[in-house]
Structures are given as C-alpha cells and as structure tokens.
Ligand binder design. Sequence first.
Ligand SMILES: Nc1ncnc2c1ncn2[C@@H]1O[C@H](COP(=O)(O)OP(=O)(O)OP(=O)(O)O)[C@@H](O)[C@H]1O
Length: 266
Amino acid sequence: MPAPLLTVRDLKVVIGGRHILHGVDLEVAASGTTALLGRNGAGKTTTVRGILGLVPRTGSVLLDGEETVRLATHALVRRGIGYAPEDRGVFAALTVAENLRLAERPGAREPAYDLVYELFPELRQRARQAAGTLSGGQQQMVAIARTLLNGNRLIIADEPTKGLAPKVVTEVAQVLERAAEAVTVLLVEQNLAVVRRLAQHCAVLADGRTAHRGPTAELLADADEARRLLGVGRAGHGGTVGTPARTGTPARTAAHPAAPTAEADV
Ligand SMILES: Nc1ncnc2c1ncn2[C@@H]1O[C@H](COP(=O)(O)OP(=O)(O)OP(=O)(O)O)[C@@H](O)[C@H]1O
C-alpha cells in the first residue's frame, strides 16, 4: 500500500487552558477519500484546524513525509492543502467566476480552470450568477472548486452536507466524488450514507482522541462498534452520527436513534 499522504501523530491542542485534543493519530491515504468521524464535540473541526495550523498545536503532521507542524498556515497552503470550511465561505454578492478568481493563488502555477470546468460544467454555465442565489449544493460545488484551482494535493472538506436537504446531500456527494478523482480528500462528515459512498478509509475521534482507524466498510459492517463509536442506530443503512452519550448513559439503539436519520441512499 502506498505511504499515506498525511500522517498525524499525537496531535494535541490546548485552547484557553482547555485540553481539546489529547493526542490524535490519523492517516489520510495517498488517494481517494478518508473520512474523519466522531460524535458532536469529539474534536473533528479542531483536528482540521490543528492540521492547518489555525490553532496552536503540538505533535507531528507529516505531509508527504515532510514535517509541517511548525509551519504557518500560509506555508501549509503553499504546500498544497486546500480547505472547504463548514460554512462554505462563499461570497454571496460575488458571481461564481469572481468567487473562483479570488481563490487564485498569486505566483502559483496557472489556475486549473480546465479541471474545474471539466468536473463541474455547471459552474461555467453559472459563471455570471451571484453565488448567493445558488442552491446549497451549488455553493458547495463552488467551495470545492476553489480548492481544486491551485493544484492542491489534499483538500479538507468540513461537514459539506451539514444542514442540507437529502436531495442536495446527494448532489454534494456527487461533487465530492468527482473531486476525489482529481485530488486526495479528507472528509469530515456526519452523514454515514455519504461516508459509506465516498470514503474508503476512516478515523473516528472520541473525546479528543482517536478511537478507531481502518477501512470504512469494516466499521460500518460492525453495527455494535459503529453504535459504540458513533451513536448511530443502523450504521450500515445510512444514519447520522449522534451527539455524545453522557457518562453512564446506555448506547442508543435502533429503536432510539441518536439523531435524525437520513436513511435514503445518496
Ligand atoms: N475555541 C475554542 N475554545 C474553547 N473550546 C473549544 C474551542 N473550539 C472547540 N472547543 C471545544 O472543543 C470540543 C471539540 O470541538 P470541535 O468543534 O473540534 O468538535 P467537532 O467534533 O468538530 O464537533 P461538531 O461535530 O459539533 O462540529 C468541543 O467541546 C468544543 O466545545
């Protein structure tokens, strides 16, 4: 198996005196999609922010074998990490074309518009449309397209389907699937149908630590383990990752799912 593109070891983050990450370990496979999973508050977004140098962190973050944990965010970005944040970060008053133009990196190689328009022909058709008038799925397409413009090696998508209607979730899954043909993806995602469809590998966080790593299919096939780690009722059949179980609270069951479930396939 090829070496991972990203290897995170013992990543620790302390914010305002509070220990948020206690030592996260994960690998992002050289190609395809790796999912970062965990209940609400497990530390997924903080892990992403730690990888990107947006919060003070210790430990090791190897990008293609190079230690990056002491690099500033701008230096990491120059080394080829793209980020699609949870709120998509799309400028509503600007057109699609203007949103893409803003993502061009000065001094970098020619922006990869050919790739972007090949993957997402719709963006060419909508180039003059104000991004604020796009659907949630189309805005996510813009957010992902921006990360593809600069020849990034890795893109990190933070909960791209959060708050979207089931039909739009399917659209976004298609967008990510297309993106993963061109670039390696680290996907923070709560919708397990999306995870099952897109991610070959996964890491699960619990309480700021890595609780599980391995092939996604294996985890989702083990209903008891998925329920223990993710708090879902029917992990093999869709569902959304749950909120943290309080200490002493029994694991939620199929009859009492942790969160609204999205059973439809994506
Ligand atoms: N800047 C901060 N200051 C204090 N506490 C924080 C800060 N950022 C995150 N936390 C806390 O750290 C824990 C992990 O948060 P984080 O957002 O990383 O979790 P998450 O797994 O991404 O959750 P969610 O799925 O709800 O987005 C939470 O308890 C959160 O309240």
